[in-house]
Design a protein around this ligand. Structure first.
Ligand code: CO
Length: 213
């Protein structure tokens, strides 16, 4: 039997011991409840672990990850996470974090088909199509992929602002900021993109809902 997974169980024992060593009450406090200030929407890529790359602790960040950090308004999984984060946890910041070298973004740029994920990545093909003039003008393929990675994050930030969940929270006076970031696999650094939304007026009127307060 392959016991390679045993390192995970051993790693867990080490984790629990070291946390308790630093603070005997650590798990007792965590078990009382969570009140994270941040919702992280990132890529499933194993090299972009949300807590690790932000040096945050358990309890600080509510996390949703999918292939290429896409926000789709018919995705019940993400929408459930978003609604819970906004209405119950009352997070103050929502972060969409993409990453350079994203296989999903790269796949969306090409014409290969990989199964079910093709349908998921169609959303990124749509981002490409929307920005095709800018992207087609970039001759270097890696640079074009990097720019599509950024544009994908920017569009997903906008998709969040287009949801009724976020707009209703803004109408109720909740301060929620949505940020777009990109993480560099080659240097471990996060870059903030010049896109953030904190009110309904930041998006085109066709996407604004009329909300009774
Ligand atoms: Co990725």
């Amino acid at each position: 039997m392959d016991k390679a997974y045993q390192k995970l169980i051993d790693g867990n024992r080490l984790y629990a011991l070291s946390k308790k060593f630093d603070d005997p009450e650590y798990f007792k406090k965590l078990s009382l409840g969570q009140k994270p200030d941040y919702l992280w929407i990132g890529c499933s890529d194993s090299r972009v672990p949300a807590n690790e790359v932000t040096s945050t602790e358990s309890g600080e960040m509510f996390v949703h990850r999918n292939i290429a950090n896409v926000v789709v308004h018919t995705d019940f999984n993400l929408m459930s996470v978003l609604e819970y984060a906004v209405t119950v946890l009352e997070v103050k910041h929502i972060i969409v974090c993409g990453h350079f070298g994203c296989g999903g973004v790269r796949a969306a740029m090409g014409s290969g088909s990989f199964g079910l994920v093709d349908n998921w990545l169609r959303n990124i093909k749509d981002v490409y199509f929307k920005h095709r003039a800018e992207l087609d003008a970039i001759t270097d393929e890696d640079k074009r992929a990097d720019r599509l990675t950024e544009l994908n994050v920017i569009e997903q930030v906008r998709n969040l602002a287009k949801t009724k969940i976020v707009q209703a929270a803004w109408s109720q006076g909740k301060k929620i900021e949505i940020h777009g970031w990109v993480y560099g696999l080659n240097n471990g650094l996060i870059t903030e993109l010049n896109v953030s939304h904190e009110e309904k007026d930041d998006i085109e009127s066709i996407y604004r809902y009329k909300i009774d307060k």
